[in-house]
Write a protein that binds this ligand. Structure first.
Ligand SMILES: [Fe+2]
Length: 195
């Protein structure tokens, strides 16, 4: 088991970087937000899923997908990129794309699309909104994860407690983000394990 950053530590660092865009309620962030799923040495890599029809290459490098006036529940999603031996991977690429709160993708520009690299401790941090549902699909965030020089893992992340999870044939509980509600925003945690 790696020494994962606590939610307090991760969100605290985020607050310093992002200023006042997201009001961080430090009192609400009690203790560590455990990874989902926990990494055990020798575990299989994170489940791969289709990238669907809406991936676009060359997204901007940014952790902040939230834009002024954007509809939807703000979310800060954090976690690690790990080897199958649970060692954090620095400099791994994560490319996120998602629908807006109305369930629509920006296919002409790069709204709600962005890539970033894990830091020296293998951490990533995404600030966005919870995506909306669209026909046939429950709420989900698409992502491609690639260690430097390694294989690309393409997958999707899901949200707990969603009624549409049951009717979406792509939904997998192994890809659920662990969430905690704070004042007006959602904290999310998901660790990726790559081969
Ligand atoms: Fe999608």
């Amino acid at each position: 088991m790696v020494d994962t950053p606590t939610r307090r530590a991760v969100l605290g660092a985020g607050a310093l970087v992002a200023g006042s865009l997201f009001a961080i309620d430090r009192c609400a962030a009690e203790g560590p937000l455990p990874p989902t799923p926990a990494c055990h040495d020798g575990d299989a890599a994170t489940l791969a899923q289709t990238d669907g029809p809406y991936f676009k290459p060359s997204s901007p490098e940014r952790i902040e997908l939230f834009e002024e006036g954007m509809l939807g529940q703000p979310i800060e999603l954090v976690g690690l990129v790990l080897t199958r031996g649970c060692k954090p991977i620095s400099g791994a690429l994560l490319d996120f794309w998602q629908a807006d709160a109305r369930g629509q993708y920006d296919n002409s520009g790069f709204r709600l699309r962005g890539h970033q690299f894990t830091d020296a401790e293998g951490r990533y941090r995404l600030r966005s909104i919870v995506p909306g549902v669209y026909p046939g699909r429950t709420r989900h965030i698409h992502v491609k994860v690639q260690p430097r020089g390694g294989q690309v893992l393409t997958t999707q992340l899901y949200f707990p407690g969603e009624s549409h999870n049951r009717s979406d044939g792509l939904f997998r509980k192994e890809l659920l983000v662990r969430t905690a509600k704070n004042a007006g925003w959602l904290a999310g945690r998901f660790d990726f394990v790559v081969s």
